[in-house]
Design a protein around this ligand. Structure first.
Ligand code: NAD
Ligand code: TYD
Length: 343
């Protein structure tokens, strides 16, 4: 199979490309990525020279390049490419609309023209909005996104569905909960907590810290996408979750315990506007239909992730020298000025 993986130099894409090349010795991957601040060729360094992996730098909104690539005998597309950080989407929504909506449409048009056998849209549970204490996100839960990020992902999901109904394009959508693991950009909660704790810096916790996310180890997500790609039913949506709801404060405490750091590093800062209170996934459909279930416990996944960040200090340090430094200053100045003295 010849796979076009978009966004394969980002966090989940990097893990997915490795997973697929490892698992299928006859698969070829064309890895198409714009290399925004979140894409990193360092992630793919050990794939250099692998004849089954070809990296192409480019933008999923560029119709000519996308058409050319898809026309080169691609069997299936897995679309990870996106602007992904909620806080950045609050600052500057336009980039999210362009890549997440226009980019998805551009890929769908090329998939349709070339009669692609499978198109997998990697979406998020955030399209469902926020939950109260008791409920769970099901595939039938109405879309009610809160942030510009989740609204742009929901718009993309609707375009994907429209291509199934209108053009019979064999699309599948996955909606996964919060991932963590190696290669995650340090703006997201877990790698931020880990790298700050490793450097004895404050751990910024938004609001009261009682916000809940369902954490899944990235390899469990990759395994689910692999299953959906091969065995999922066209036109369907599959929720993917870790069955692992945790409050942010609990996550911070666990990181500190594993790293033997004091709880006094936890610093409450100004909340995110429109902050979704709780995400929780009902993953029974993919469990029943495709036999998937998460295999890595939170404690084990966290240990492995922390070990990866300890072994890859330069990877984080290099990111922190670049655009991320300005972002961190901008983002956390208005949240709590005391955090800045640590930069
Ligand atoms: P990421 O931000 O780490 O990586 C995104 C990648 O997309 C980067 O390599 C970036 O360079 C690339 N990209 C951005 N704009 C592009 C464009 N216009 N053309 C080509 N490439 C472009 O994101 P991630 O966390 O790996 O998420 C991947 C996908 O999974 C996203 O679609 C996201 O919505 C979805 N998702 C993420 C999570 C999570 O917890 N991280 C959970 C559920 C779903
Ligand atoms: P994040 O990793 O940005 O993922 P998402 O908002 O897409 O779920 O944030 C996860 C949770 O952690 C969310 O409730 C916001 C919170 N958070 C903090 O408390 N402090 C931080 O510095 C960040 C980045 C997030």
């Amino acid at each position: 199979m010849r796979l076009l993986v978009t966004g394969g130099a980002g966090f989940i894409g990097t893990n997915f490309v490795r997973y697929m090349l490892r698992k299928y010795s006859d698969y070829e991957v064309v890895n198409f990525d714009k290399l925004t601040y979140a894409g990193n060729l360092e992630n793919l360094k050990d794939l250099e020279g692998n004849p089954r992996h070809r990296f192409v730098r480019g933008d999923i909104c560029d119709a000519a390049v996308v058409a050319r690539l898809v026309g080169e005998g691609i069997d299936a597309i897995v679309n990870f490419a996106a602007e992904t950080h909620v806080d950045r989407s609050i600052e500057d929504p336009i980039a999210f609309v362009i890549t997440n909506v226009l980019g998805t449409q551009t890929l769908l048009a090329a998939a349709q023209k070339n009669k692609i056998k499978r198109y997998v849209q990697v979406s998020t549970d955030e399209v469902y909005g926020s939950l109260g204490e008791l409920d769970f996100f099901r595939e039938s839960t109405p879309l009610a996104p809160s942030s510009p990020y989740s609204a742009s992902k929901a718009a993309a999901d609707l375009l994907v569905q429209a291509h199934y109904f209108t053009y019979k394009l064999p699309v599948i959508t996955t909606r996964c909960s919060n991932n963590y693991g190696p290669f995650q950009f340090p703006e997201k909660l877990l790698p931020l907590l880990i790298s700050n704790a490793m450097n004895n810096l404050p751990l910024p916790i938004y609001g009261d810290g009682h916000y809940i996310r369902d954490w899944i180890y990235v390899e469990d997500h990759c395994r689910a996408i692999d299953l959906v790609l091969h065995q999922g039913k066209p036109g369907q949506t599959y929720n993917i979750g870790g069955c692992n709801e945790r409050q942010n404060l609990e996550v911070a405490r666990l990181v500190l315990t594993i790293l033997h750091k004091p709880e006094s590093l936890i610093t409450f800062v100004k909340d995110r506007p429109g902050h979704d209170r709780r995400y929780a996934i009902d993953a029974s459909k993919i469990q029943k239909e495709l036999g998937w279930h998460p295999m890595t416990s939170f404690e084990e996944g966290l240990q492995k992730t922390i070990a990866w960040y300890q072994d890859n200090k330069k990877w984080v340090a290099d990111i922190q020298q670049g655009e991320y430094r300005n972002y961190y200053q901008r983002m956390y100045t208005h949240r709590d000025e005391t955090l800045l003295k640590h930069l």
